[in-house]
Write a protein that binds this ligand. Structure first.
Ligand SMILES: NC(=O)c1ccc[n+]([C@@H]2O[C@H](COP(=O)([O-])OP(=O)(O)OC[C@H]3O[C@@H](n4cnc5c(N)ncnc54)[C@H](O)[C@@H]3O)[C@@H](O)[C@H]2O)c1
Length: 277
């Protein structure tokens, strides 16, 4: 039953956020954002120091927390993460799958099998392994739960420009979201995804916008596809994540929610600038 006040309150919930290292990315923003809304949060990442810093930020908000080294593509790391959650918290209510792999940009006919496998191992196998561990515990607890996957607009419409294995894996995340949502709806476990367009994370700035070969030209190209006329910020994902993982979304499952400033709503032949401008 949905309470009629404080629908977005996450107090008493235990959330695991992977890719939550303190690097200013989406996982970092969501982990700290969840703590602001009352959740206890486990920060997992291959960046161990970053996960520890995120945990310190969560602790400073008065929540219980833990930093765990975990490469989500490694079954033994994922098992270790969830055993640590069992030992320290004894339950899990929310899982957010965030990390991604994006190999060097080459066209599909030049892509190595190794780069293909690496991308799928993190973006698909990693999300599956973490979801499986979380689901087993949520089913045992019998109190429902929520899984949130971070997809991409690339999983819905093709990007070209060497994004092939990344895009294919993101489309797989969409279907994983829907299949798991349907499989576990009867047990009160909801599974949703958010689909970002271009987000101004430190990594994105460094790799693309600060590269003199792309820079401002690329920013302008991206902006043409974003009707709100700004690139997204990691903080833009906190509201969507809190909503989807809270009682406010009690009847929402299997949803792929674009948090993209209108990108997917925009037809490629259309434009949000008038021909007279
Ligand atoms: N930034 C964008 O423009 C953008 C656009 C569309 C979708 N996304 C999606 O949003 C999500 C977050 O992206 P971001 O830009 O915030 O990333 P980011 O690089 O800022 O953060 C990702 C975090 O995941 C960690 N990580 C990487 N591989 C890991 C692994 N195997 N196991 C555990 N942790 C690992 C990294 O150390 C890092 O802390 C990704 O799924 C990405 O595909 C991002």
């Amino acid at each position: 039953m949905v309470p009629d006040s404080n629908l977005f309150d996450l107090s008493g919930k235990v959330a695991v956020v992977t890719g939550a290292g303190a690097n200013g990315g989406i996982g970092h923003a969501i982990a700290v954002g969840f703590a602001r809304y009352g959740a206890d949060v486990i920060a997992a990442d291959i960046d161990e120091a970053g996960a520890k810093t995120t945990a310190e930020e969560i602790q400073a908000l008065g929540r219980r927390t833990l930093a765990v080294y975990c490469d989500i593509s490694k079954p033994e790391d994922v098992e270790n993460l969830f055993v640590k959650v069992d030992e320290s918290f004894g339950r899990i209510d929310i899982l957010v799958n965030v990390p991604f792999a994006f190999p060097s940009r080459v066209r599909p006919h030049e892509l190595s099998l190794e780069a293909w496998h690496k991308t799928l191992e993190v973006n698909l196998t990693g999300y599956f392994l973490c979801s499986q561990q979380a689901l087993r515990r949520m089913l045992k607890q019998g109190t429902g739960g929520s899984i949130l996957n971070i997809g991409s607009i690339a999983g819905v419409s093709a990007l070209g420009r060497g994004a092939f294995p990344y895009s294919v894996s993101k489309a797989g995340i969409n279907q994983m979201t829907k299949e798991l949502a349907v499989e576990y709806a009867g047990q009160g476990i909801r599974v949703n995804a958010v689909l970002p367009a271009q987000v101004l994370t430190p990594g994105f700035r460094k790799q693309l916008l600060e590269d003199p070969r792309f820079g401002e030209k690329l920013r302008q190209l991206f902006l043409k596809g974003i009707p709100i006329n700004r690139l997204l910020e990691p903080e833009d994902f906190v509201g969507a994540a809190v909503f989807l993982c809270s009682e406010a979304a009690a009847a929402v499952t299997g949803v792929l929610l674009p948090v993209d400033g209108g990108n997917l709503a925009l037809n490629a032949g259309g434009s949000h600038t008038w021909p007279t401008e």
